[in-house]
Design a protein around this ligand. Structure first.
Ligand code: SF4
Length: 335
């Protein structure tokens, strides 16, 4: 494993059983929420993880943090496989891996003051003692752009953007090296979204934190991400450096997602033809055979319904899971 890698995920799968009968003891199927996902996040970088609702991206984030114990696969954090650790061992590691939630209104306990919310991780770790504790709360509030005098206010006294700043301050309390940001701006007004993204960017520059930034929209992750992974139905469709992915998307699904992202140049925007995908995202209970994208893919050809593509290198730091690109399929396949 490269020394600059903070998190490496290999062959991650999370299958939830579907049960029926008295006491729900009979297993009648599986929801394959995540099915064979691999990626790495390097020190101080942001990996954007993008896909439609229900594609498994939030489940990936929870598996990485071991909030769900994966069905199979490995999650290496700073070189140690979290999936092989006991709960006691995980408690030692957890302060360095944190989560920022989607909806700051729902994730903050309304009975707690801002100081309680930001300080709770320190209580849990037994680091909430003496005047240094209050000083650390004030410091964390000012790091995220809130005034220290706000420490005694309750969540309802803050705006949506300020509540998300509280969520960020709480995530920073134990000086993590890695944060999963689970759609941290999707519940906020567009005007506030840029402020939170800029705040996360500044914190990364200052503290060298690595982010897994989950979003359903490619335009949201563009500014912050160094690399971007696109997920579809529990699998990674494509993963690449930001510029390569936005300028030369290879997977037909990435191409369709990007075709829906507005371009600020009206002349270019007027000439673009959006790619409309047919049908709905299939159920992860009974995913399509072969390439899981084939029923909706505008470029599907002969082997797509039967051959499962693998995520393979097409160039340096650019991987795609599509039979159009060798070595997923013999070079004699149609272009
Ligand atoms: Fe489309 Fe076939 Fe590529 Fe899947 S493997 S994305 S169906 S062309």
């Amino acid at each position: 494993m490269g020394e600059d890698v903070v998190v490496r995920v290999a062959g991650l799968a999370m299958h939830f059983p579907i049960t029926s009968g008295l006491f729900l003891q009979r297993k009648i199927g599986l929801v394959k929420a995540v099915d064979g996902v691999s990626f790495a996040v390097r020190k101080g970088e942001t990996l954007g993880l993008v896909g439609e609702s229900g594609c498994g991206k939030t489940t990936v984030g929870k598996c990485v943090l071991q909030l769900y114990r994966p069905t199979s696969g490995s999650v290496f954090f700073e070189g140690q496989d979290l999936c092989r650790m006991s709960e006691g061992q995980l408690r030692q590691v957890r302060p360095r891996m944190q989560l920022i939630f989607q909806d700051p209104g729902e994730s903050l306990d309304p009975r707690f003051t801002a100081a309680d919310i930001v300080g709770e991780p320190m209580w849990i770790q037994g680091k909430a003692q003496g005047p240094a504790y209050r000083e650390r709360i004030a410091e964390l509030l000012s790091i995220v752009g809130l005034a220290p005098y706000m420490a005694d206010r309750y969540p309802h006294e803050f705006s949506g953007g300020q509540r998300q700043r509280l969520g960020v301050a709480r995530a920073l309390a134990l000086e993590p090296t890695f944060i999963v940001c689970d759609e941290p701006v999707s519940a906020l007004d567009v005007s506030i979204q840029a402020q939170i993204i800029n705040l996360l960017d500044d914190l990364q520059q200052k503290y060298g934190i690595a982010y897994l930034f989950i979003a359903h929209d490619l335009s949201v992750v563009r500014h912050l991400s160094d690399r971007v992974a696109v997920m579809y139905l529990g699998k990674i469709a494509e993963i690449a450096g930001r510029d390569a992915l936005y300028q030369e998307p290879l997977h037909p699904y990435t191409q369709a997602l990007l075709s829906a992202v507005p371009i600020p140049d009206p002349a270019v925007e007027a000439k673009r033809v959006p790619i409309i995908l047919k049908g709905e995202v299939p159920s992860p209970i009974n995913p399509p055979s072969g390439c899981v994208f084939h029923p909706r893919c505008p470029k599907a050809f002969g082997p797509c319904p039967t051959v499962v593509p693998v995520l393979a290198d097409v160039s340096q730091d650019h991987q795609v899971s599509c039979l159009l690109y060798p070595p997923s399929w013999p070079p004699s396949a149609p272009p």
